[in-house]
Write a protein that binds this ligand. Structure first.
Ligand SMILES: NC(=O)c1ccc[n+]([C@@H]2O[C@H](COP(=O)([O-])OP(=O)(O)OC[C@H]3O[C@@H](n4cnc5c(N)ncnc54)[C@H](O)[C@@H]3O)[C@@H](O)[C@H]2O)c1
Length: 333
């Protein structure tokens, strides 16, 4: 790939794939050569828009194309097996979240570590406010972290699930509000604070009982180095409200809501508003796909580790699968 454009394919040409295609088109060092979807009209539409070739499966695409990297924008249950297929072909993988949806898949995915570059789309790690908070915590400017809490209160109605052939089911989505909508917030908490020593969770289905198998609400307690870290996530709210994440430090409270970060100390409130680049997808997905994907290709070019590699998501995915292993009990009781 040196000296020329990196040849990329996308598999799964639904909603989020449109953002990946736009980013690949914008960053200059990649060429979107091919795309595949089991719904031929979706692959055809993307192929026409970006001047690439359309296929109806990953396997068909790989049998014809010589690709350097493939983006996985398929439903959750397909990320790990498709990563295995790509690794067997020696092709780099950039996968949408979650990279694995249960412990068995996670074990299989970890076995691919080091075989080919694998990047994971936790794009909110690249948000300016996240980078700023990470630095404040690392510097110790406001002392040690004592605890954290986060709220993800979004809206997903019956139609969202009924219009999809994979959402709302354990075997294809692997969960609901947590694994799909709030997984970015779980990731930020764990990425910034470390591996939980203990996780307790209650999963509920308040408003979509009988419509989906999975939870519409998750209440999570994590003990991270003797600090309480609390996450409440639901898709049963009236709208997609901005995510709120708050870190309690010895000398300040850091409160992040949308693009605004408030630093509250006894001396007053210091407010920072971060102007992120224009979003390429839905506003509540955040603006991070561009820097997250750009950095993946920069890491390939520079032959260095990628920030969002498998090792970097280990604590998040361990917490995620542990939450489901024990939270499912409350959902079914
Ligand atoms: N990072 C983010 O902020 C973000 C935002 C939205 C979605 N996502 C993730 O992206 C993934 C896709 O979500 P979406 O909203 O685009 O879903 P979607 O249903 O709109 O798109 C999935 C596409 O995959 C195709 N597909 C299914 N099985 C396939 C197969 N075997 N081979 C090829 N194509 C196949 C479907 O036909 C569909 O077009 C999910 O993992 C989701 O969690 C991430």
């Amino acid at each position: 790939m040196e000296g020329s454009l990196i040849k990329v394919g996308i598999v799964g040409c639904g909603g989020v794939a449109q953002v990946h295609a736009a980013v690949l088109n914008a960053i200059g060092e990649t060429k979107l050569c091919a795309c595949a979807d089991v719904k031929p009209e979706r692959a055809a539409a993307m192929a026409e828009k970006y001047g690439c070739r359309a296929y109806t499966s990953l396997e068909e695409m790989l049998s014809v194309e010589q690709l350097d990297a493939v983006h996985l924008c398929t439903p959750h249950y397909l990320h790990t097996p498709m990563a295995e297929t790509l690794a067997a072909h020696g092709i780099a993988v950039f996968t949408e979240k979650p990279p694995a949806m249960n412990r068995a898949q996670w074990t299989r995915l970890k076995a691919l570590e080091g075989k080919v570059p694998i990047g994971i789309c936790f794009q909110n790690r690249y948000n300016q406010n996240t980078v700023f908070i990470k630095q404040l915590i690392a510097d110790g400017t406001y002392g040690r972290v004592l605890g954290a809490r986060a709220f993800v209160t979004w809206s997903r109605g019956a139609g969202y699930y009924q219009d999809s052939d994979w959402r709302g089911r354990w075997d294809t989505e692997g969960g609901g509000a947590l694994i799909n909508q709030a997984v970015h917030t779980l990731d930020l908490l764990v990425w910034l604070l470390g591996r939980p020593d203990r996780v307790e969770a209650a999963l509920q289905n308040h408003h979509l009982r009988g419509i989906i198998e999975v939870e519409d609400t998750a209440e999570i307690y994590m003990d991270i180095g003797c600090k309480p870290v609390l996450l409440y996530a639901t898709t049963a709210y009236a709208q997609n409200s901005p995510v709120m994440i708050e870190f309690e430090l010895e000398k300040a409270t850091l409160r992040l809501e949308d693009k605004s970060l408030e630093i509250r100390t006894p001396a007053g409130v210091d407010r920072h508003v971060f102007t992120e680049p224009e979003t390429l997808g839905k506003g509540y997905w955040g603006n991070g796909h561009l820097p997250c994907i750009s950095d993946f290709y920069a890491s390939l070019r520079e032959r260095r580790a990628y920030q969002n590699d498998i090792g970097s998501v280990e604590n998040t995915i361990e917490a995620l699968v542990s939450i489901y292993e024990q939270g499912k009990v409350s959902l079914h009781s």
